[in-house]
Write a protein that binds this ligand. Structure first.
Ligand code: GLN
Length: 478
């Protein structure tokens, strides 16, 4: 049953929404026992919302019929604040933090009758690509197709749950690839919108100039539907774009005939697993069969300098954002002893995981007097050049294509052997569109050794519609 059909059935009393939600929550608990996709299940909130919908339907309240997400289960990456539900961004330092307010996207979801089922697991503060960098005391989510493998990250729980749980859409978040990369490893669709298209109000920051909230779903309609609900201007986010609202669902039916796709030359060949490449080419062929025109394009900066540029900017911003977790405002606290400096050090060393500490050191270093020009400001300059290079490409092409990841989902035992730098390399395809603030979409294109492969489509700023149009063509062609 599609989400649209589900909503109709809820409206027509063919589905009892309270019963349905109860069952879904039980299913979540069951899945979670094995796969660790949820840090918190918001049972009370979900059932209260369902009861409210049931009452309104009984009273034949007119406005209820127009709700875009009526009764649809929505999971939320742990970094996004939900009022009265523990929101930790996957970190021990935020354990027991229950926000007093809803993030903008949560307000929107609630307004449209979406039911919040829980907070999905992630790398601590989003610092990772395999969801293995979870905070102290948190569990690592497992790949839905092979429990010995990673489901990607940092929105690992969101992508895994999207694959495992029927009638559900997830809210993920990406700084450098955390929506599309886990979506690829879990065989689902994930759309990272243009920077500023979806408000960051109520998102626990990783890197302010890079963070984006976006939808992850089992099919492209679900992604477009949730995107319709969460996008738009918000005065509470100073970087929110005041662009006109769009009907993203309307793009799903449009033909891709005549659209021009640039195949990024540097993203294929050495370093990319053959099986991945083969499936991505199948996806490209699908688009050609639907009438899109393809041509190779060479983009020098994104693949070559993406990782270095991204990690300078992201860790610099992260290191300042993390300064507020000192045991005084909210989250973890320790016994107050010694000087304040000793106290802060104790709180931070006992409650931050290793990767968080590494990024604080790296980011602080890159911003220090004497290094700032050489590292942080240099990265900002490369960022501008990268945007220019992309913009030039989009004068000719509607979208660019590459694999989403260069490898199939790896085994945990192999991830353990990686150095921090090798960890960072997993995002080689995805960091640059993030650095440039460009919208990008993961489209599942096939299976290899029973593991999913994803294709990455990148479009110009605010051209999410084109991505959905192309993704839908591939979905239909399959
Ligand atoms: N893997 C990248 C990192 O570790 C991106 C993560 C993200 O997008 N949140 O920073």
């Amino acid at each position: 049953m599609s989400t649209k059909e589900f909503i109709e059935k809820v409206k027509n009393h063919e589905i009892d929404i309270v019963e349905h939600t109860y069952k879904l929550i039980e299913e979540c608990k069951e899945i979670n026992r094995e796969y660790n996709y949820l840090n918190a299940i918001s049972e009370e909130l979900a059932l209260n919302q369902a009861r409210e919908i049931k009452i309104q339907l009984k009273q034949k309240n007119k406005s209820i019929k127009g709700k875009k997400l009526l009764g649809v289960a929505i999971s939320v990456k742990d970094a996004i604040c939900v009022k009265d539900v523990e929101s930790t961004a996957g970190s021990k330092i935020l354990q027991n933090y229950k926000p007093l307010f809803d993030a903008f996207v949560i307000q929107k979801v609630k307004e449209e009758g979406g039911i919040i089922i829980g907070k999905t697991s992630q790398d601590e503060f989003g610092f990772g690509g395999f969801s293995v960098n979870v905070g102290i005391g948190f569990k690592v989510p497992l790949n839905p197709f092979d429990m010995e493998r990673s489901c990607g990250g940092s929105s690992g729980g969101a992508a895994g749950l999207s694959q495992k749980l029927g009638s559900h859409i997830a809210l993920g978040e990406s700084t450098g690839g955390s929506i599309v990369e886990p979506a690829s490893f879990c065989g689902v669709y994930g759309l990272c919108p243009t920077y500023g298209r979806v408000s960051r109000y109520g998102l626990i920051d990783f890197s302010n100039s890079l963070d984006k909230i976006g939808p992850i779903g089992k099919n492209i309609e679900d992604v477009a539907l949730l995107m319709n609900v969460i996008s738009g201007y918000d005065k509470n986010d100073s970087t929110s774009l005041n662009a006109k609202n769009e009907d993203y669902e309307s793009y799903l039916k449009k033909s891709v005939k005549g659209m021009k796709i640039g195949i990024i030359k540097e993203a294929f060949g050495s370093g990319v697993e053959r099986e991945v490449e083969k499936n991505v080419y199948n996806g490209i062929q699908e688009l050609e069969e639907e009438g899109a025109k393809t041509e190779e394009i060479s983009l020098e900066l994104p693949i070559k300098y993406g990782i270095a540029t991204y990690y300078m900017i992201a860790t610099s911003e992260a290191s300042t954002n993390l300064a507020k977790y000192c045991g005084m405002r909210y989250g973890a606290a320790e016994k107050l002893e010694g000087s304040f400096n000793e106290y802060f050090t104790k709180v931070r060393s006992n409650n931050f995981g290793d990767e968080v500490k590494r990024r604080i050191v790296l980011g602080t270093f890159a911003r220090m007097t004497g290094y700032r020009d050489a590292f942080y400001l240099k990265a900002m300059k490369v960022r501008t050049l990268m945007i220019q290079e992309y913009k030039k490409a989009f004068r000719k092409f509607d979208a660019l294509v590459s694999p989403t990841t260069s490898i199939l989902p790896p085994k945990f035992e192999d991830i353990e052997k990686l150095s921090p730098l090798q960890h960072y390399m997993i995002d080689v395809m995805t960091v640059s569109p993030n650095v440039a603030g460009l919208p990008h979409l993961n489209v599942p294109v096939g299976f290899e050794k029973n593991l999913p492969v994803g294709m990455l489509l990148i479009a110009d700023h605010l051209q999410e519609g084109k991505l959905l149009q192309l993704g839908s063509a591939v979905e239909k062609g399959k």
